[in-house]
Design a protein around this ligand. Structure first.
Ligand SMILES: NC(=O)c1ccc[n+]([C@@H]2O[C@H](COP(=O)([O-])OP(=O)(O)OC[C@H]3O[C@@H](n4cnc5c(N)ncnc54)[C@H](O)[C@@H]3O)[C@@H](O)[C@H]2O)c1
Length: 593
């Protein structure tokens, strides 16, 4: 009998909560869109949204569970404001976004924070998360440098209003203005409710900042339920099945758990005794089991990362879900859609979370491409091509053995085809794959696989993986109706001269460094303009932070099982097409579910 973990899948266990009210005195089209994106459908907030302009007739505050005032309080009907503060004191959540110092300010709010200045001009500010352990700011911002005490900082483009902190206020975020530290987000309790005053969030750009948006969304969550789960400093016991060495994934996940607030690496299971010893040595106190069943019986283990070679993923993940564990599986989740469906049904039946370490969704070059695509810089995408490989003898481990790897396409294809699906959206209608086996006969994986996807509207994508490509193609070649993005590999090597040995070259895998990205855009009557794009800032262990935020705070899961299933559907179709000599495999629209 598994121990109840107290970690429900949030959406399935909560009754429909009362809506959020957003009341704004500056509700132009842009502001409305930014506020809806912040707390509306699809934002991860699980409540309906009622957006109104100040001055309109309002229902009583008790109709809402959370209220976001995008206005100074002197613009409100005093009687309604009194009723609102009373409602908050009985357990509702209130966020006040201020853009000016108001002449009158209710004493209840003044005890937390008061707007203390005029609005600044728009500038980039470094917003410092001075309280990274507060539930509202936990696991946000860039990771702290190892051993450093410096608070994480976010670069936010905004017009801001500095705050004066009241006796009951706790500063969550501050900025340095002319070398003076000023509070800009302050939280406090009002009876059983919670109030957050924010002098940030005055521009659409700031409201779209992912970390600031999360702070504001968390601030609107009911303090007694969702907020409590955030507030409880719970730590989830994490285990890893398959403790692969440095370079493999077991050690990586164990390390990630140790540096992720809310996770703790407590146990592992590996069929190889040397790897069990290595885990005990690397993480003193960790329990190292021989079998998955022994691990599944460990009540301290709540979430398990499956990091064995792919052939074992489906069976191990299934057993762990049935034992009541949340499962984060390495990629690929499994080999077939039938297996993915069985895993998803089992996860639902047992109310456990199932996710996949699609960690390359956070690769800095891919994030930069997505950002450009989302901003419309490429127009409408109609073709995505990616490549990985070179001319090199494949490794002689399981990765090159089809019976264990699933086939050449399942390895890098798990990432590249995921990228293609994310960029294009929707499910392709057909998959055609073609392979070559001509050079490397000591291994069973194909030397080269080309996968071609076609969407119902004619858009297309291609992934080429090759161990027989003496000249590399670009990693990314993305075409849209307004421009083309190209990303070239930038293989890294370190050269040095060592005593006695002389010249030494250390080469790293060509896919480790972010690709060099160039965006070329066509301007009518002028020609093309090329822009070099920097990679997005690195987000190490973002997958693990999201896993903790989902399990501990109910925030949206970044890698849903549905999205992992889509990747499996394409991989399975590609493998089948390869085996059938390149025949077209149709994907059913239901694969999009
Ligand atoms: N997300 C990524 O970027 C990424 C990168 C590399 C590998 N991977 C994936 O991670 C997984 C592991 O790859 P790796 O390179 O770490 O492999 P690895 O061979 O280095 O390590 C696998 C470990 O699993 C153990 N093992 C094998 N079968 C087992 C079983 N049935 N029960 C318990 N232990 C078992 C082995 O003894 C070994 O220690 C693979 O699925 C691979 O596709 C993902």
């Amino acid at each position: 009998m598994p121990r109840p973990t107290g970690l429900p899948v949030v959406a399935s266990t909560q009754s429909v909560p009362a809506p959020t009210l957003v009341l704004s005195s500056r509700l132009d089209e842009r502001r409305q869109a930014a506020l809806v994106a912040l707390v509306g459908p699809g934002s991860g907030a699980d409540r309906e949204l009622d957006v109104r302009a100040t001055g309109s007739a309002l229902p009583p505050p008790t109709s809402y569970e959370a209220v976001l005032l995008d206005t100074a309080t002197d613009a409100l009907d005093p009687a309604w404001l009194v009723a609102l503060l009373d409602h908050v004191s009985h357990g509702a959540s209130l966020v006040v976004m201020v853009n000016r110092a108001a002449p009158s300010w209710p004493t209840e709010l003044a005890s937390i924070a008061v707007a203390a200045g005029p609005l600044t001009g728009q500038a980039e500010w470094f917003a410092r998360l001075v309280s990274p352990t507060n539930p509202l700011t936990r696991r946000l911002g860039p990771p702290r440098p190892a051993g450093g005490d410096a608070a994480p900082e976010l670069a936010v483009l905004d017009r801001l209003c500095p705050l004066e902190v009241g006796p009951a206020g706790e500063v969550l975020v501050s900025v340095s203005m002319a070398f003076s530290d000023r509070a800009v987000v302050v939280a406090g309790s009002l009876g059983a409710g919670r109030v957050v005053v924010s002098g940030l969030g005055n521009t659409a750009e700031a409201l779209a900042h992912p970390d600031l948006a999360t702070i504001l969304r968390r601030s609107l969550a009911p303090p007694l339920t969702w907020g409590d789960r955030l507030a409880t400093p719970r730590t989830l016991g994490l285990a890893v099945v398959g403790y692969g060495p440095y370079g493999g994934m077991g050690t990586y996940h164990a390390t990630a758990a140790q540096v992720t607030d809310g996770l703790e690496f407590v146990a592992t299971c590996d069929s190889n005794p040397d790897r069990r010893k290595a885990a005990e040595h690397d993480f003193p106190g960790v329990r190292a089991y021989t079998t998955v069943d022994e691990l599944a019986a460990d009540d301290d283990v709540e979430v398990v990362v499956v990091a064995t070679p792919p052939v074992a993923h489906a069976d191990i993940a299934l057993r762990l879900l049935r034992a009541g564990k949340h499962v984060a599986c390495e990629k690929p989740l499994c080999f077939t859609v039938a297996q993915a469906d069985q895993l998803m049904v089992t996860a639902r039946q047992h109310e456990r979370v199932l996710t996949v370490n699609q960690n390359r969704r956070w690769d800095p070059d891919f994030l930069a491409i997505r950002r450009a695509v989302d901003r419309g810089l490429l127009g409408q995408l109609f073709n995505v091509e990616t490549f990985v490989g070179g001319f090199e003898h494949p490794c002689r481990a399981w990765h090159s053995h089809t019976a264990v790897s699933g086939g050449a396409v399942y390895d890098w294809g798990s990432h590249h085809l995921d990228w293609a699906l994310l960029l294009m959206g929707g499910m392709p209608a057909t998959v055609v794959a073609h392979g070559h086996k001509r050079v490397w006969h000591d291994v069973t994986n194909l030397d080269q696989v080309r996968v071609h996807l076609t969407w119902p509207d004619g858009r297309e994508a291609e992934f080429l993986q090759s161990d027989v490509a003496a000249v590399r193609r670009p990693k990314f070649w993305v075409q849209g109706t307004a421009g083309t993005m190209v990303g070239w590999y930038r293989p890294l090597s370190v050269e040095r001269v060592e005593p006695v040995r002389g010249h030494v070259v250390e080469r790293f895998h060509h896919a480790e460094a972010p690709a060099d990205l160039t965006l070329a855009r066509y301007e009518s009557g002028y020609g093309t303009t090329e822009t070099r794009l920097p990679p997005s800032p690195a987000q190490p262990f973002a997958f693990h932070a999201n896993l903790a935020n989902h399990l501990l705070a109910g925030e949206p899961l970044a890698v849903t099982p549905e999205s992992a299933r889509r990747v499996v559907a394409v991989l399975e179709a590609a493998q089948r097409s390869c085996e059938d000599g390149g025949s077209a495999v149709s994907l059913r629209p239901m694969d999009e579910s």
